[in-house]
Ligand binder design. Structure first.
Ligand SMILES: *Cc1c(COP(=O)(O)O)cnc(C)c1O
Ligand SMILES: [Zn+2]
Length: 409
């Protein structure tokens, strides 16, 4: 496979072959996939991509997989011009990248999982697993069912009911751990060393993470092969945020675009904002926190890619903001009322943070801005309880309709 050279430690630079490895044996730094960009440049073109499948697999030349084995319709979600929301926020060129309708489990995780499980099948694994805040478990369970793999998903026991059902329906073994995501992750790291399972975000993590780049590729292609001026990305481990930046730089590296001057803005919930707080305090290290927020899908207190996310912010000239639970709910409602898109708490965080960035003058009205909506609101319905009006209840009579509905308008 000429396009992939191997794996490389992000800290000491030591190189490793393409294997299910994720940490450096010498310095415990994380491993990352390294490509031969000269080779890729010879094979890739805008025309070739445009003729490819209407899924993330149109970018297979920049993914660490030989051929797609599962998740054939993941990605290629709409990039929507958001005029009505833009008007409210004071932005003339606002776009929503809408992964709330990603296939098959309605979150951006279908990107990373279709790549990770395809790779796991290439490696010969027969069991897939993950440590999840909810969406990842849904996606791993679905893709394992598609591929006929055994599946174990580990989640914090207090997840939203809809997200738990959204895994159980695919018939994996769901392990609900008493503790936070960080407890779940620590447990899974211990388990992953002993069992020959493909833990998509642990021992397969370098490959998994590459799937996130397709959220950069698609936006650039959908904007007519131009990188946006600014993007807003919700962050849990910081992997998505970091990889969107890597994806933008790769498009330039292989000659598909001439320049990238995108400012990377990160969004976290105030109740779990270890990366945003480190940025605001000018630190280059993360102080782990104990999450306390309704935004459970992005509640990671000890983010694995936190320090690389901070590097990305520095390199791109970006910034971080946080949103309170109240602001997250307002963000969900604002996006729904103006654009007809129902996102979950992570998306509410993105919209609330976008609003603050504009108010603080960090994004100019004329800039091309993309807000990444990474998950679907039907999976976190319960957070809206008490925040929406009651339906108007009437008897099945014209009289009641006239009195109770028409008389009120
Ligand atoms: C997992 C997730 C993210 C971000 O995850 P990272 O760990 O930062 O890559 C964002 N939004 C939603 C809805 C998610 O499920
Ligand atoms: Zn190392």
């Amino acid at each position: 496979m000429a396009k992939v050279v191997g794996l490389k430690c992000k800290e000491c630079g030591r190189e490793y072959p393409v294997e299910p490895l994720h940490v450096c044996e010498f310095c415990f730094g994380p491993l990352e996939v390294v490509y031969d960009y000269e080779e890729i440049k010879r094979n890739i073109s805008r025309e070739k991509i445009e003729k490819g499948p209407k899924s993330l697999w149109r970018y297979i030349d920049l993914l660490p997989v030989e051929k797609p084995r599962v998740g054939l319709s993941a990605g290629f979600t709409p990039l929507r011009r958001a005029e009505r929301l833009g008007e409210v926020l004071g932005l003339e060129n606002l776009y929503i990248k809408d992964d709330s309708v990603n296939h098959p489990t309605l979150s951006f995780k279908d990107r990373v999982v279709s790549v990770a499980i395809s790779k796991a099948i290439e490696f010969g694994f027969d069991t897939a697993a993950c440590a999840s805040t909810g969406n990842l478990a849904n996606s791993v369970a679905s893709h394992s069912a598609q591929a006929g793999l055994d599946c174990y998903v580990f989640i914090p026991a207090n997840l939203e009911t809809q997200k738990i059902f959204g895994s159980l329906v695919f018939k994996p073994t769901v392990v609900a751990v008493e503790g936070t995501y960080d407890d779940v992750n620590r447990l899974c790291s211990e388990i992953a060393n002993d069992l020959g399972w493909a833990f998509v975000n642990i021992n397969i993590r370098p490959f998994y993470a590459e799937g996130s780049k397709t959220l950069a590729f698609e936006v650039v292609e959908q904007l007519g092969w131009k990188a946006p001026d600014a993007v807003v990305v919700p962050a849990a481990s910081g992997s998505l945020y970091t990889k969107i930046w890597k994806g933008l730089k790769e498009l330039k590296e292989v000659g598909l675009i001439d320049s990238v001057s995108t400012r990377m803005f990160g969004a976290q919930a105030e109740g779990c904002s270890p990366i945003a707080t480190a940025w605001k305090e000018g630190r280059d290290f993360i102080k782990p926190v104990r999450p306390n927020t309704i935004a459970k899908s992005i509640a990671i207190g000890n983010p694995a890619d936190g320090i690389y996310a901070l590097q990305t912010t520095r390199e791109s000239g970006g910034d971080w903001e946080t949103a309170t639970d109240e602001e997250i709910i307002e963000g969900i409602k604002l996006l729904a009322e103006t654009e007809g898109i129902f996102t979950e708490t992570a998306g509410g965080t993105t919209i609330a943070v976008l609003k603050k960035l504009v108010e603080k003058g960090k994004i100019d009205p004329k800039e091309t801005v993309v807000a990444y909506i990474t998950g679907n609101g039907y999976k976190t319905l319960e957070v809206l309880e008490g925040h929406l009006p009651e339906p108007v209840r009437i008897k099945a009579s014209l009289k009641d309709f006239k009195e109770k509905v028409l008389a009120k308008v």
